[in-house]
Design a protein around this ligand. Structure first.
Ligand SMILES: [Zn+2]
Ligand SMILES: [Zn+2]
Length: 316
């Protein structure tokens, strides 16, 4: 049974799927920003034993992780990609800014890639499916790498005119899209500034930059990429979806609800991904708070009849 998918948002006109290529400079920056935080993460473990990590660093890292993760999950993903609710202008801009601070690329490219992912999920054309190379162990190992990180190093760019005409027509979003380089500087230097001011020391600024800047960005990168790789490979598939998406509970907290990925692919515009009892979904909780405050309206909460229709009749 088919379900409504995100590509319904884009016009039916036969536009090309990809348009243009990243420049050599852009390719270099993608690699730099994907690799340097990961190196910081690898260096972090030996550093943590003994010196260089304090409560201020942990607190700042948790704060910036939560802020930017929710910017991606509620903002880039549930709101901008899938239109799971309507937002006031202030909330719309705040979500675009905090999502951009996750250092996962400018908003328009992110949303275009993700709408393309849903339109072609686990088929030819999906920018990051782990199933594109076959089903042997070797092919899946290659697929895992491609879905997790390798796809970012491809030169082709998703055609924004085809997948995100709504964002291209929005002056506020165009502006935030152009601010991406500045927001990258902000997301790395704000923790350094906060750490320096709280501890009133250059050392506090340095460890704040390292832990709440670089390491925090790397951890969130790998959590987000795990939804693309692990959550299309391993887990439960209680709902009917046209792809290999799966619910992977161990990532529910860190991904703030995004690892209930089979439920999400079965009903992409739904504001809550952890739709069943006990499936923790922090992003959905916060959308509820926004709704209570009057900032979010027309929220698409799960409907029992839709859930029942999408549920597989036989246990997975
Ligand atoms: Zn997916
Ligand atoms: Zn999605």
């Amino acid at each position: 049974m088919s379900t409504r998918i995100a590509s319904d948002l884009s016009p039916a006109a036969p536009q090309p799927m990809v348009a243009g290529e990243k420049t050599t400079t852009e390719m270099f920056l993608v690699k730099l920003f994907a690799v340097v935080p990961a190196l910081a993460l690898a260096a972090a473990v030996p550093l943590a034993w003994g010196w260089g990590l304090g409560w201020v660093d942990l607190g700042l890292a948790a704060f910036f992780y939560t802020l930017t993760c929710l910017g991606v999950t509620i903002g880039f993903h549930r709101y901008f990609t899938h239109g799971a609710f309507k937002a006031t202008r202030g909330l719309r801009i705040a979500l675009a800014v905090t999502g951009s601070m996750a250092m996962q690329g400018p908003i328009i490219g992110w949303v275009a890639d993700h709408r393309r992912h849903h339109a072609y999920a686990d088929r030819e054309g999906d920018p990051h499916s782990p199933w594109l190379f076959g089903t042997s162990a070797r092919a899946l190992a290659k697929g895992f790498w491609h879905a997790h990180l390798g796809w970012l190093f491809q030169r082709e760019q998703t055609n924004a005119a085809r997948f995100t005409p709504d964002l291209l027509a929005d002056a506020d979003i165009q502006r935030v899209n152009r601010w991406f380089p500045a927001l990258t500087v902000v997301t790395l230097l704000a923790p350094a500034l906060a750490g320096g001011l709280i501890t009133w020391s250059w050392w506090g600024a340095a460890t704040g930059f390292f832990w709440a800047g670089l390491v925090r960005v790397a951890v969130l990168h790998h959590v987000t990429w795990s939804v693309n790789s692990i959550c299309h490979l391993i887990g439960d598939r209680p709902f009917t979806a046209r792809d290999k998406s799966a619910n992977f509970w161990p990532l529910a907290i860190l991904s703030m609800g995004e690892s209930w990925h089979n439920s999400h692919h079965a009903d992409p515009t739904c504001a809550r991904h952890g739709v069943r009892r006990g499936q923790v979904d922090v992003s959905a909780r916060l959308i509820r708070v926004f709704e209570k405050l009057g900032w979010a309206t027309g929220v698409r909460w799960p409907r029992p009849e839709r859930l029942a229709r999408n549920l597989k009749t036989t246990a997975p």
